[in-house]
Ligand binder design. Structure first.
Ligand SMILES: Nc1nc(=O)c2c([nH]1)NC[C@@H]1CN(c3ccc(C(=O)N[C@@H](CCC(=O)O)C(=O)O)cc3)C=[N+]21
Length: 290
């Protein structure tokens, strides 16, 4: 039997349509949701991703501001730009595209973003709120994965979930969200001994490492749901996930492809977070006016 393919492109489209309805309603009340995206430098992949985010905003009726700065932009100047966006009442979400040039401390930059505009969910306050079960913004990729699991009707209470990768951006917040949904969660990292012994126990396997085709079919429990967060550009120019799709699809019950899986969901959830930020802002502005 071969696995069901989970179509992230299709689900992302329906999420973005729901955002469009909410955006139109809020705009009619006088608040158009607005995302500001800051790009520093000329990394070609980053330029493509940023353009895709701006395009997705437009298609859902959100306003977007794209600030493209030269790679030589000083850290203090970037922090000043963030400060200006923090205090601009018409801007609801701020995203600084990562990675940043080496002379800029990305932790400092992330912490400079107002937590209530941090639609990436990377700010230390948002990480803490997520960990303590009172999330303000869920990081877009793990949030998108949860949305896919929900859409697929995957039962998480009591399930064995294994997350391979422990980054602050994906692995750790993913584990928190799965835990809060009632799964028993194992987080594997680069030091894990006998990785396959862990992955083979997973009913839900989320892989976010950044190494092409590292998870093969023999490492997967028959019938498992496999979510591939990896996005690796091969020498031949093609995009590959962290999961060896050809062997995994023969064993898994359901699997996400790359491209067309988690990536489009990440962008859709960025719009959801921006929408939530705008709705919260409009709500509290309404309260202040009373
Ligand atoms: N502050 C910040 N926030 C981010 O969310 C962020 C970031 N920095 N830096 C870079 C990564 C990468 N990322 C992607 C999102 C969607 C696709 C996506 O939609 N990919 C398509 C394919 C795109 C292609 O063909 O290259 C897909 O998987 O189907 C890719 C990459 C967001 N990132």
């Amino acid at each position: 039997m071969t696995a069901r393919i989970i179509n992230g492109t299709e689900l992302a489209k329906s999420v973005r349509q729901e955002v469009a309805v909410r955006a139109a309603a809020l705009t009619a009340q006088g608040t158009q949701p607005c995302l500001a995206v800051i790009l520093v430098g000329e990394n070609p992949a980053s330029q493509v991703y940023v353009r895709n985010k701006v395009k997705a905003c437009e298609e859902s009726g959100l306003r977007s501001i794209l600030e493209h700065h030269p790679a030589t932009l000083g850290e203090a100047d970037l922090l000043a730009r963030i400060d200006a966006l923090n205090t601009d009442p018409d801007v609801h979400g701020i995203l600084v595209q990562l990675p940043l040039p080496k002379h800029i401390d990305s932790h400092k930059v992330i912490e400079a973003i107002a937590a209530e505009k941090d639609v990436d969910g990377f700010h230390i306050s948002n990480a803490g709120l997520l960990m303590t079960g009172q999330p303000l913004f869920r990081p877009c990729t793990p949030y998108g994965v949860m949305k896919m699991l929900e859409n697929q009707g995957v039962a998480l209470r009591g399930a064995e979930a294994v997350v391979v990768g422990a980054s602050n951006i994906v692995g750790k917040p993913q584990a928190m969200l799965l835990l809060q949904a009632g799964a028993t969660v194992t987080i594997c990292n680069s030091k894990t001994v006998d990785l396959a012994a862990h992955t083979r126990r997973a009913d839900v396997l989320v892989v976010a490492v950044g190494r092409a085709n590292m998870i093969t079919g023999d490492m997967i429990k028959p019938g498992a749901v496999v979510i591939d967060v990896g996005m690796n550009r091969l020498d031949n120019g093609k995009l590959a996930g962290d999961v060896d799709f050809a062997s995994a699809v023969e064993v898994a019950g359901a699997i996400t492809p790359v491209p067309g899986g988690v990536g489009p969901m990440t962008i859709a959830m960025l719009l959801v977070n921006t929408m939530e930020a705008a709705e919260r802002s409009a709500g509290s502005a309404g309260l202040a006016a009373r």
